[in-house]
Design a protein around this ligand. Structure first.
Ligand code: CMP
Length: 140
């Protein structure tokens, strides 16, 4: 299996409840390594640009407001098959449908406040990583 990198975001519902360490432990326990990490408040421009793919969806406005409602932690994770593996550890988008032991099952509130984001393909991971990090900030 290939060593990949993926972009992960710990979302405001999780930072608000002080869950960053518990979520990070799940990723590390699954064999994923943090090679970059930063806590920040997104600007409206950043949130709208990051989720541009969803701009026609009914939930877009609410999604952007939610992502601005508190700090997020953006992070680059590296490991074998990291894009798919990270998505397995996150669980289904809707926490009610997520498998036992996944981040969203254990910590997600609802389909919007689902605690974490992860890239959905290697191609999008590269784009999303460069959205937040310069090469110099990534230490593998
Ligand atoms: P994420 O994986 O970051 O990708 C898009 C986000 O939109 C998703 O997680 C949720 O936070 C949110 N989302 C997806 N579907 C819905 C929905 N049906 N209603 C509200 N928010 C949603």
């Amino acid at each position: 299996m290939a060593i990949e990198r993926t972009l992960s975001i710990i979302k405001p519902d999780a930072t608000r409840r002080n869950l960053t360490g518990k979520i990070n432990a799940k990723f590390e326990d699954a064999g994923l390594s943090f090679i970059a990490q930063r806590r920040l408040r997104l600007t409206r421009e950043q949130a709208e640009a990051f989720y541009d793919v969803h701009k026609e969806r009914a939930f877009f406005g609410e999604l952007v407001d939610y992502m601005l409602s508190g700090p997020v932690v953006v992070q680059v994770l590296e490991g074998e098959n990291a894009v798919a593996h990270h998505r397995e550890v996150m669980g289904a988008t809707n926490p009610a449908q997520a498998d036992e032991g996944t981040v969203r099952k254990d910590f997600g509130v609802d389909v919007q406040e689902n605690s974490v984001h992860g890239s959905d393909s290697v191609e999008n991971a590269a784009k999303e990583i460069s959205f937040f990090f310069s090469d110099a900030e990534i230490v593998g």
